[in-house]
Design a protein around this ligand. Structure first.
Ligand code: WTA
Length: 653
């Protein structure tokens, strides 16, 4: 029994869990944890290196450096490699504009573009190591510029085009980017989003910005500042057709991407070139079972990590044909996405639970109008998928033929960590469970003392061994890197998520354990929202909690106290909501704003989060035995009762 237990790869299962019946996967997982260096070296050999690494891993906790001494180039992996083969005539990107335009880029046209764009970057003085801010809509120029940066060793930082000027400015200031690449606008629900104007506003406050490179998308007039702003088209006239990809150290940063944490300031997650690519290349194959003839569509925005890894770097490193869609999912009609699936013969479709719930709400008629028989595999990412949404997705989109890969990962993990792996072996799925960790991933669920929990018990998700996709650092803030990920459970990476394993060992991801919200799959910190709220001139103090939302997963509830002499009014409520929207972006719009006389605080002045949360969610306070040290149970109860009185949003006004 002991032996078969071992050979089934169940050695990493806590006691009391059943063995995994999946031989191929279990064997691979076991081998990967027994000999991680050998395992990852084998994976790394699937990429093209200018120079092979000297050491697979330098692990100086909590820093992991992979394939040390090796040299490669991400743009080369994603483009040049393919144009040397028959894939030069294969479709790389099917682009669909919101207004119905289409553009098709083959790998050879992509090659031409990455070279010319890299030359344009060089013309404006961009060099290896420079940070470049990309603030673009979902147009082919966005991935092309990412790859062009990678080609010359510049470090891109993509800023989601739904963010406002302040959010943009914070990110630019932090990276000290000297170039912004934007466009005259982007289309969203038929309207033009004025990206250039927002970039101008951000640049006004950012001293580092020397150049703004502008892509023409909408063709409408935008202000151009003499000497600073330049149209891409004017640089392309002079562009060279061949820019040699720079052989870069495996540990050279490929990009910085900001994500929310528990403080008001977002974290600049830095990813490497070698480790990141090896991890994503492998994970993509295992999870999506990618084939040469696949047509793959990930509906995420490139502004999030899903777009970086699962639209750009992983699929293109495989020479896959991808779909890129510019606009809103239900515009101009609610069957727009299904029309796109049919039009391009999409075989692998990867989206978020929020999107699935949106379509559930519209009903099955939309997808039923279309021939979705090209679909073979469905994916879900970004938030827990509720079993009801899973079933709907399975039935009406996959027509009960397509497995669903529920993929758990994070900006910091670089790529998919826990997911079914049909590319290794199909395993029985359970709706709502992301199933098992990928090979090389040593995931565990532990209690607050770091002890593995028993089957069915909720705990914290940790990763016990470094993996190649692990972030290099938090940009400019190593202290935060250590504190956020490595101090809670010493020696292990802390994910900040609650999880549970069932008696079969399946992982169930249960949402964030920290003060980070997931609104429509977008990650946003309560502290970030609070600091944006108090930047409104009428607001004295702010506290944010979320409440469950049937569509978005979580909705934002904001409690504010007002400055002296300011009176609450419905109009002020709207203005505060509008302020958050402008400062951070539409995803930060609170669903409810309450005016309160005071916020419940502990004696040392910390906001009583649990009270705020219980009131926002209309719940009772629950068990008070673990109440914080200096706060009495009575204080908490009193605060709760006084806050609960304002349950009607208009009462406070
Ligand atoms: C959540 C997105 C449940 C989780 C790729 C994580 C999920 C956070 C899943 C990271 C999933 C992501 N099931 N929860 N399949 N995927 N999450 O950095 O809370 O935007 O910590 O990366 O999303 O969000 P991020």
């Amino acid at each position: 029994m002991t032996n078969s237990h071992e050979s089934d790869g169940a050695s990493s299962l806590p006691t009391g869990l059943r063995m995994w019946p999946f031989k191929r996967y279990a064997e691979m997982h076991r081998r990967s944890l027994e000999d991680p260096n050998g395992f990852w070296a084998e994976q790394a050999r699937k990429l093209d290196w200018y120079k092979t690494w000297d050491r697979v891993l330098d692990w100086n906790p909590p820093y992991a450096r992979w394939f040390v001494g090796g040299k490669l180039n991400a743009c080369y992996q994603c483009v040049d490699r393919h144009v040397k083969t028959w894939r030069r005539s294969k479709v790389a990107i099917y682009w669909e504009g919101e207004n119905g335009e289409t553009r098709v880029l083959s790998y050879s046209t992509l090659f031409r573009d990455v070279n010319r764009y890299a030359s344009a970057l060089q013309q404006i003085g961009v060099k290896k190591g420079d940070r470049i801010a990309l603030y673009l809509p979902m147009i082919p120029e966005l991935p092309v510029f990412m790859l062009a940066c990678a080609r010359i060793g510049a470090v891109h930082t993509v800023i989601f085009s739904g963010f406002g000027a302040q959010a943009m400015c914070d990110r630019i200031e932090d990276t000290k980017a000297k170039v912004i690449i934007t466009s005259d606008g982007g289309y969203r629900r038929g309207k033009i989003v004025p990206l250039k104007e927002i970039a101008d506003e951000a640049a006004k406050q950012c001293s580092t910005v020397e150049k703004i490179l502008v892509v023409k998308r909408t063709g409408h007039q935008v202000p151009m500042t003499e000497g600073r702003d330049v149209w891409l088209s004017s640089l392309l006239d002079e562009a060279e057709v061949l820019i040699k990809p720079e052989p870069l150290e495996s540990t050279h940063p490929l990009y910085i991407l900001y994500t929310s944490g528990t403080t008001g300031k977002p974290k600049g997650v830095v990813h490497s070139t070698g480790g990141y690519l090896v991890f994503n290349h492998s994970a993509y194959e295992w999870v999506f079972d990618i084939k040469e003839e696949s047509v793959y569509w990930c509906t995420a925005d490139v502004g999030w990590v899903t777009g970086h890894s699962s639209i750009v770097y992983a699929p293109l490193s495989h020479g896959a044909a991808i779909v890129l869609y510019e606009g809103a999912p239900d515009y101009p009609t609610v069957d727009r996405w299904w029309d796109i699936v049919e039009k391009y013969g999409v075989s692998i479709f990867y989206t978020s639970p929020t999107a699935v719930r949106l379509f559930m709400r519209y009903g099955p008629e939309g997808p039923q109008k279309h021939d979705l028989s090209s679909l073979e595999l469905l994916g879900s990412v970004g938030e827990p998928i509720n079993p009801e949404a899973w079933q709907w997705y399975y039935k009406y989109i996959g027509r009960e033929r397509c497995p669903i890969v529920d993929t758990w990962w994070q900006t910091e993990t670089g790529g998919i960590m826990i997911s079914p792996t049909p590319g290794i072996e199909p395993i029985p799925l359970k709706p709502g469970s992301a199933t098992f960790p990928l090979p090389g991933i040593d995931a565990a669920v532990v209690d607050s003392d770091g002890k593995e929990t028993a089957a069915g018990q909720t705990g914290y998700l940790i990763i016990r061994k470094p993996w190649p996709g692990l972030l290099l650092d938090v940009y400019g803030n190593p202290q935060r890197y250590k504190e956020a990920y490595w101090s809670r459970f010493p020696g292990s990476y802390y994910t900040g998520d609650f999880a549970m394993r069932d008696e079969d060992g399946y992982f169930w991801l249960l949402g964030r354990a920290d003060e980070v919200l997931k609104v429509a799959g977008h990650r946003i910190g309560t502290a970030e929202l609070e600091s944006a709220a108090i930047s409104h001139p009428a607001v004295a103090e702010a506290a944010v909690a979320s409440k469950p939302d049937p569509l978005k997963g979580e909705a934002i509830v904001l409690f504010v106290t007002l400055k002296k002499d300011v009176s609450p009014s419905p109009d002020l409520r709207k203005k505060i909501a509008e302020h958050l929207r402008r400062v951070i972006g539409p995803i930060a719009t609170p669903d409810e704003v309450y005016f309160v006389d005071s916020l419940p605080k502990t004696r040392s002045g910390k906001i009583m989060r649990r009270v705020i949360k219980a009131v926002a969610q209309g719940k009772s306070l629950g068990d008070l035995t673990t109440i914080e040290d200096e706060t009495s149970v009575e204080d908490v109860k009193r605060a709760y009762e006084s806050l609960r009185k304002i349950s009607d949003p208009d009462k406070g006004a």
